[in-house]
Design a protein around this ligand. Structure first.
Ligand code: BMA
Length: 339
């Protein structure tokens, strides 16, 4: 199935907006950033994978060919989260040091940050790989130098995002647990939602969107950028994965997944109800920086900002290697969702 990029969403001509060479500390891939506006500035927290370059992947390919053994991933990958500020949302000033790490005997590293400003505090959801599975976490900060951890989930869960305000007095989040027994087939996962009185204790879990209701995904789906409030409802991106038979460009062999950006609209009063959805992807890989990288054809939105002018900035990781953005106007996006 071939999809085309909707014409109302324009990829920024200056893409990528952030690449490994822009980072003043060790960086091999920069992607899947969370972006918001906080204290009058645009703020980005980005994922920085280091210790594993294209040459290391290539070396492993040569070893596999020479020895006839199965391909082994290059060792020593590490991940940290970096911080950048911007006055216009397009040009970024990267801070000299990473801003957040969480390493314990149990937790290896955190990644895929998502930012939401609620009551003038900046909340950051993240995923964490642990010895006993993948978990989601929520931290809060006022200055990006100290963070308070509010919640860590049980495995397996990730891709959590918070709504930017309390709804009927409660925090609300979208999340993507990955149950293996109850869904037929590999990696067939859905989007759930949950509520909390204080952002620490979470309950009222409910299925929001089943993968089977996303026509362009034949594998897992999950939240992407945190929702934005519009007159018509909560507009939110999600990611939808399509397994394809042909091998896609990747630094390692056997990569068959296209990650698309999707778009849906949730009810303002009760965001557990979907009131509109675009049946095709809103972010389709088409440029070299999207098709070629550590894992080609991965489009992963992590930030969406609605400006007063009606302009919408969408930030996305491309090919698990660089950070990019696209611009749309709110009327066009709502139209895609049937409004
Ligand atoms: C997921 C996460 C994302 C990544 C995606 C595609 O499992 O690791 O950060 O973009 O895979 O590789």
């Amino acid at each position: 199935m071939i999809f085309s990029q909707p014409s109302c969403i324009k990829k920024y001509s200056g893409n990528p907006i952030l690449s490994p060479q822009d980072i003043p500390f060790e960086a091999a891939q920069i992607y899947n950033a969370g972006v918001t506006k906080f204290n009058g500035k645009y703020v980005m927290v980005f994922r920085d994978d280091y210790g594993r370059t294209e040459a290391d992947f290539q070396k492993q390919r040569e070893i596999a060919v020479l020895t006839g053994e199965p391909y082994k991933w290059p060792p020593n990958t590490q991940i940290t989260l970096g911080l950048a500020f911007s006055d216009d949302g397009f040009h970024w000033e990267v801070q000299p040091k990473p801003c957040f790490e969480l390493q314990t005997e149990e937790i290896y590293h955190v990644y895929d940050p998502r930012l939401s400003v609620i009551d003038n505090r900046c909340y950051m959801c993240f995923a964490a790989n642990t010895r006993h599975g993948v978990i989601g976490g929520i931290a809060v900060t006022d200055d990006f130098s100290s963070f308070e951890i509010l919640n860590l989930t049980a495995p397996d869960n990730r891709n959590m995002v918070l709504f930017p305000e309390k709804i009927n007095g409660k925090f609300m989040r979208l999340e993507r647990p990955f149950p293996v027994y109850s869904r037929e087939g590999d990696e067939d996962f859905d989007i759930w939602c949950a509520k909390s009185p204080d952002c620490c204790y979470w309950g009222e879990h409910k299925l929001l969107l089943g993968r089977e209701n996303v026509p362009f995904a034949n594998s897992k789906i999950g939240p992407a950028a945190p929702p934005v409030k519009t007159e018509k409802g909560w507009l939110t991106t999600f990611h939808g994965v399509r397994n394809v038979p042909e091998e896609l460009y990747s630094w390692h062999p056997d990569w068959h997944k296209v990650y698309y950006g999707g778009l849906m609209l949730l009810d303002l009063e009760d965001p557990t109800k979907i009131i509109g959805m675009y049946n095709e992807p809103i972010l389709v890989p088409e440029h070299k920086y999207e098709l070629e990288g550590m894992r080609g054809s991965v489009m992963f939105p992590g930030g969406m900002i609605l400006e007063e002018s009606g302009e919408v900035k969408i930030y996305y990781g491309a090919a698990d290697t660089v950070e990019c953005m696209a611009v749309a106007d709110i009327a066009g996006l709502l139209k895609l969702c049937g409004q």
